[in-house]
Design a protein around this ligand. Structure first.
Ligand code: PLP
Length: 364
């Protein structure tokens, strides 16, 4: 069998070194003679691990002291509900900047708990981030929500919006820890773990302390950031294994140059694919505007107009070479290469080599 190169959008490739560590530690957590899977979350060993993971997040993103770091069950979608449940009470209304399917889903969920103002005119063609001068922000909003990287459409913010003092909330599920971010510019950052920081089942939440203590009375304790922060993320039995994996992945990031190191590699990998597309004389194309192109998820089409049969053949040929999970999301079609932190430059080079060979074989 060919060596596998996993370009899946999530759950996504893990750093190989982390697997080795997990394998070694799996049956003997904290030298207790038993696995973490059968350890109580109230043990000293687990509480120590929980703190260690918080600390590595704080170091990597330089999280200021007035922010809490919490681990929440329920992934990114859990946080779509948690955001309004925890924040919308101040004015009953919130701004949503919809730049793709994920932010659209977040806005839809928020509507259950208050009034949602759509900052941009509705569209189903997500190919850019409109200039901020075109945004219809409501000064009375409790918060402004963005998705910093739209995993399906490959649309990524290359700037932090100015929300004029209204707390900015960002879903960073698919680009957290891929670059430096100034956390102090955000009220809340959240991310499901299964792309860049581990495995499914947990969301990382970074929340400014002054935004706590205003959850709606109907907010379930499980989704209440204040209750979870107070309990140091051990309010109930947490997704311990996912939190442990997050810790080991983040320690790997730290050993490999931190978020600055990841950012450098992300640019190198993204440039390889975007460059190959640009040099293809239109054989490959990317719908996304240049300044909004994601460094984590690169969607592209083959042929002009896009040729479904050729795309199918591309995917088949890729799989034969071990290049897997390259099919675009069913809502947009085409090809999508997800190149998160764990995907190596060499793997991306294997992909771009294949792209060039495929073009040579099929371009008219
Ligand atoms: N937000 C973004 C940007 C995502 O890509 C995803 C999942 O792919 C989610 C939210 C939903 O995450 P989950 O599946 O953990 O609920």
């Amino acid at each position: 069998m060919a060596k596998i190169h996993n370009f899946g959008a999530g759950p996504a490739k893990m750093p190989e070194e982390v697997y080795e560590i997990i394998r070694k530690e799996l049956t003997n957590f904290d030298n207790s003679g038993i696995s973490l899977l059968e350890t109580s979350h109230r043990t000293k060993g687990y509480m120590q691990l929980n703190l260690e993971v918080q600390n590595v997040v704080r170091r990597l993103l330089d999280v200021p002291a007035n922010y809490k770091i919490i681990f929440m069950a329920g992934g990114g979608t859990g946080e779509f509900a948690a955001v309004p449940l925890n924040l919308i009470s101040r004015t009953g209304t919130a701004d949503y900047v919809v730049t793709g399917d994920w932010s659209a889903k977040a806005a839809k969920e928020a509507k259950k708990y208050g009034k949602v103002n759509l900052v941009l005119p509705p569209t189903d063609r997500y190919v850019d981030i409109p200039d901020q001068s075109k945004w219809n922000l409501d000064p009375n909003a409790s918060y402004v929500h963005i998705c910093s990287n739209e995993t399906i459409h490959g649309v990524e913010f290359d700037f932090i919006p100015d929300t004029k003092g209204v707390p900015l909330v960002a879903d960073m599920s698919s680009n957290i820890m891929s670059k430096k971010v100034d956390v102090s510019k955000f009220g809340v950052i959240y991310a499901g773990a299964q792309k860049n920081i581990g495995t499914a089942g947990v969301a990382l939440v970074i929340v400014r302390e002054d935004l706590l203590n205003q959850a709606l009375p109907i907010c379930p304790s499980l989704l209440d950031w204040t209750a979870n922060a107070k309990a140091e993320s051990i309010l109930n039995t947490p997704p311990m294994f996912a939190i442990y994996v997050m810790g080991r992945v983040l320690q790997w990031v730290e050993r490999n140059g931190g978020v600055e190191g990841m950012a450098q590699l992300a640019s190198q990998k993204a440039n390889l694919i975007y460059g190959t597309v640009e040099q293809s004389n239109g054989f490959y194309s990317i719908p996304v505007a240049k300044n909004a192109r994601s460094k984590m998820n690169v969607p592209f089409r083959i042929g002009s107009p896009p040729n479904d049969d050729l795309e199918k053949e591309f995917l088949k040929g890729a799989e034969a070479l071990g290049l897997i999970q390259l099919k675009g999301h069913r809502s947009v079609g085409g090809i999508r290469a997800s190149i998160y932190n764990a995907v190596t430059v060499a793997e991306v080079e294997t992909l771009t080599k294949y792209m060039k060979e495929f073009q040579n074989k099929h371009a008219k």
